[in-house]
Ligand binder design. Structure first.
Ligand code: UDP
Length: 248
């Protein structure tokens, strides 16, 4: 299944519903097609907008999902509306359900040692049907080819990479050059949440789309990163007017 792309500040998003995405990825997993998935939030779009080498990596992804309401809002501003947001965390849970049903081999790469240890205790209990291909914390030299060879040797169907952007997409991009199969996706801080180390925003916060405010209160040190969202929407308005956006 292909989707009509919606380009926001140079990043080509796939316009699927969440369900369509899961279905499409499930089919590719069954067919053992090599697949690179990026879940892009406004911070990632802004980063790609100002870092051409990162934009090049994103352009090689098979799918880019709109992670967050900010991206959906931007698509409406541009009058090319995206159907709905597809949060990376939830997509990861859905893919784990698929792995559970189909017995896929899953590799978890990233996060701190104690987080990944907790994660690999929790995951097989929640998804007993999947096979744990392997795991490793995320504090290694991200250009180390031995690490890539180690992951490859476990023959994973699914690889979740939690190194934060841009490192995770760069790593997947390099890995994909070596691999002949597998679906890899960057998942940011998702292992911290799935392992129970970090709490996810409560349902009401998610419903009213104010996760950014919740995170700001919980982790005030992130305030600088959050400026990406208003800057992002500002740049999108400029794109709409058809002017060239100054990346700086
Ligand atoms: N991380 C890692 N290796 C590093 C830097 C970060 O494994 O060299 C992990 C970190 O422990 C956390 C995740 O990457 O689990 C980054 O989470 P964050 O929410 O900052 O993701 P981002 O929003 O940057 O994609």
């Amino acid at each position: 299944m292909a989707s009509k792309k919606v380009t926001i500040l140079g990043v080509p998003f796939d316009n699927f519903t969440h369900k369509e995405f899961v279905h499409t990825l499930e089919k590719r997993l069954q067919a053992q097609q090599k697949t690179f998935v990026v879940t892009a939030n406004p911070e990632i779009v802004m980063y790609a907008h100002t870092h051409p080498e990162y934009a090049d990596i994103l352009s090689e992804a098979d799918f880019i999902t709109p992670d967050g309401i900010g991206v959906v809002k931007a698509s409406r501003v541009l009058r090319t509306p995206i159907k709905e947001r597809v949060p990376g965390y939830e997509l990861m849970l859905d893919l784990l359900d698929v792995a559970d049903r189909e017995g896929h081999r899953v590799y978890f790469l990233g996060a701190r040692q104690e987080v990944i240890e907790k994660l690999i205790e929790t995951v097989p209990v929640k998804w007993p049907g999947m096979t744990l291909a392997g795991w490793h914390h995320g504090y290694f030299d991200h250009t180390d080819e031995n690490m890539m060879a180690q992951v490859l040797s476990t023959q994973p169907d699914l690889i979740f990479v939690a190194l934060g952007y841009p490192a995770q997409e760069q790593w997947i991009h390099d890995y994909m050059k070596q691999a002949d199969r597998g679906l890899a996706m960057g998942v940011g801080g998702s292992f911290d949440v799935l392992s129970g180390t970090t709490k996810r925003a409560p349902k009401w916060v998610r419903k009213f789309h104010v996760e950014w405010l919740y995170r700001l209160v919980k982790q005030p040190s992130r305030w600088r990163r959050m400026l990406a969202i208003p800057r992002f929407l500002g740049s999108v308005r400029v794109q709409k007017k058809g002017k060239k956006v100054n990346p700086k």
